[in-house]
Write a protein that binds this ligand. Structure first.
Ligand code: SF4
Length: 501
């Protein structure tokens, strides 16, 4: 049975490509960052290990045009195609499913991703997708589904696999919901990504988060998020579980990546990575195997408060560098509304500790919340400037808070009638789409101001002062990474602020 895990190139009227993978909020970029969709890659690996003929078909990372990607897919004639989508690309994928079905009527079309997962009926009614996969543990569900379809000669008349909603083959208007997939106890039964299968080098260079290349994403140690309460975030909902992988299994993968693939930077894209004893034990295992001396940096996502001084000390010893943290806002009111679970006080203390031990915190910030006043926005800009000028954070990323995929924030915006658009295509983070107390241009200006910090003399002087720590990473940061960063910053400024002037 031939299975294709497919990402079609989706290009907008400005010639920008949609970044869809890894369940990110979709954004369009001229020079996209190609992110390895880790769970999908684990799914491909699992299917291959179980004897299926798997095609890893990422048209974006392979730099294909849509036409080339489409013709190649039709030629391959898979028995099953799996795609992933979020709100702003749903119309595109629905139309695409109809186009594919005309050419390949016997191919089973399966869709995953948070939008379809939370409204499976809508997708089945509006498209020619046959099955909506409703679990974030899609590697487990996809294997079970494919095994069942294989036994039943690809019949869609009665499927038992849990965690899907499907349209019956003989009565096309009958939609069957098979309920939720049972939670996975731990991730040790998930697969370590088969790097050759997913052509890992396609994702190893064009990623602004890597100070050194080739870099790669590891098989995540945590699926979903152990916090899971932030209102705007997809890792928030009753259908989401939380499961983790053992330290030994994960460090085995790091060792393989460093020794056998020459990887220079490894990032774990778990919603939030290990904390406390797990994080310290992980760092100790890296040190025990001598991997901290191989010139490879490590990084992960976390939340403020999850790392205390002892943990940070061990992480620094083990050569961790890039720490991606959601600051979201400089206003305590907003942090509270978003249910972040901490205030500016904890944020500052945490950043001071990370900087003390030489880590490079990367802040993610959002603007354009439906309640955000000029004062709140100014608080954010001032806090971010302060952190960046004092060296408490090295890099940042600012986005427009866009309600998507039926997150609590999205539902709140609908209920409070704050949304000013109803076309899903408009949910692509390129503009503010909620009613706000101030003119939208203030948010675009704030984004520009924050991205421009990278060019500010105070920021540059701070980076020069860091050189006197005589750490390789600080020299690399100033002399190699900054060139790439400037290109990316320019792109972000263009993408998000061309409406500001
Ligand atoms: S801590 Fe991060 S990953 Fe977890 S729910 Fe909040 S924003 Fe999402």
């Amino acid at each position: 049975m031939k299975i294709s895990i497919s990402y079609p190139p989706i290009i907008n009227h400005l010639g920008q490509k949609a970044m869809v993978s890894q369940n990110r909020n979709v954004q369009y970029f001229k020079k996209p960052t190609y992110l390895l969709p880790v769970v999908q890659a684990q799914a491909a690996t699992k299917l291959k290990k179980n004897g299926f003929d798997v095609i890893w078909d990422d048209g974006n990372a392979e730099l294909k045009t849509f036409d080339k990607w489409y013709l190649d897919l039709i030629k391959i004639k898979p028995d099953l195609i799996f795609m992933e989508g979020t709100t702003p690309v749903m119309h595109f994928l629905w139309d695409l499913s109809k186009k594919i079905k005309k050419e390949l009527p016997n191919t089973i079309l399966v869709i995953g991703g948070y939008h379809a997962m939370r409204q499976p009926q809508e997708t089945l009614l509006k498209s020619d997708f046959d099955i909506v996969l409703k679990s974030t543990n899609l590697d487990f569900v996809l294997l079970e589904l494919c095994n069942e379809l294989k036994i039943n000669n690809l019949s869609l008349n009665k499927i038992e696999t849990k965690g899907i909603t499907y349209r019956k083959q003989d009565t096309l208007d009958e939609i069957i919901d098979n309920g939720a997939f049972k939670m996975v106890e731990n991730l040790d039964s998930s697969e370590i990504v088969d790097r050759n299968l997913v052509k890992w080098k396609n994702y190893a260079y064009e990623n602004g988060n890597f100070l050194q290349t080739p870099g790669t994403y590891s098989s995540s140690v945590i699926r979903d998020c152990m916090f899971g309460k932030c209102t705007f975030c997809r890792y928030n909902g009753p259908e989401l579980s939380f499961s983790k992988m053992s330290i030994t299994k994960s460090v085995d993968e790091y060792e393989d990546l460093i020794i056998n693939h020459g990887v220079k930077e490894i990032f774990d894209d778990s919603g939030v990575w290990f904390r406390g004893k797990d994080a310290i034990d992980f760092a100790k295992e890296i040190i025990r195997r001598g991997l901290h001396r191989k010139g490879c940096y490590f990084g992960f996502n976390t939340r403020f408060e999850y790392l205390d001084e002892e943990t940070i000390k061990w992480l620094a010893k083990a050569n961790f560098r890039f720490i991606l943290i959601g600051l979201e806002s400089g206003s305590n009111y907003t942090l509270n509304k978003l249910n972040k679970g901490y205030s500016m006080r904890e944020i500052r203390m945490n950043l001071e500790l990370m900087t003390k031990y030489g880590l490079h915190p990367h802040l993610t910030i959002m603007v354009g919340y439906y309640w955000e006043t000029k004062e709140m926005l100014d608080e954010t800009v001032n806090v971010v400037k302060d952190f960046m000028f004092k060296g408490l954070a090295r890099t940042l990323q600012v986005t427009i808070c866009t309600p998507v995929d039926y997150t609590p924030y999205h539902i709140e915006c609908v209920e409070k009638k704050k949304l000013i658009v109803d076309n899903y295509n408009d949910f692509d983070m390129s503009k503010v789409i909620v009613k706000t107390p101030i003119d939208h241009s203030y948010y675009y200006k704030a984004i520009k101001e924050m991205y421009s910090i990278a060019f500010h003399p105070k920021f540059i002087i701070r980076q020069i002062i860091f050189l006197f720590n005589f750490k390789k990473r600080d020299w690399q940061f100033l002399f190699t990474y900054s060139i790439r960063a400037i290109r990316r910053v320019n792109q972000h400024i263009f993408n998000l602020t061309n409406k500001a002037s």
